[in-house]
Design a protein around this ligand. Structure first.
Ligand SMILES: [Ca+2]
Length: 84
């Protein structure tokens, strides 16, 4: 990933973060992430559990300090790495 791809991924991550942060407190809870994933699920309904599991796995991987909430920094870092 070059610098412009990274910058693009960071912008995309920040946009997503704001969309997922429904109460606007600057951190994502498991609940916010799961609700967002559930709302935006587009595959077949039998794929829904796998999609929720992926979201949960992603959340746990991104939550470096195990605070059960993601700061924008944690989220952006995880997102950019997952795009690389
Ligand atoms: Ca929040």
């Amino acid at each position: 990933m070059d610098d412009s791809q990274r910058a693009h991924a960071e912008l995309e991550a920040k946009r997503l973060f704001r969309e997922m942060d429904t109460n606007g407190d600057g951190s994502l809870t498991v609940r916010e992430v799961m609700e967002y994933t559930s709302r935006h699920h587009q595959g077949a309904s039998h794929e829904w559990p796998a999609s929720m599991q992926n979201a949960l796995d992603g959340f746990i991987a991104a939550d470096l300090d195990s605070s059960l909430s993601l700061t924008e920094e944690e989220f952006v870092q995880h997102y950019v790495q997952s795009q690389a």
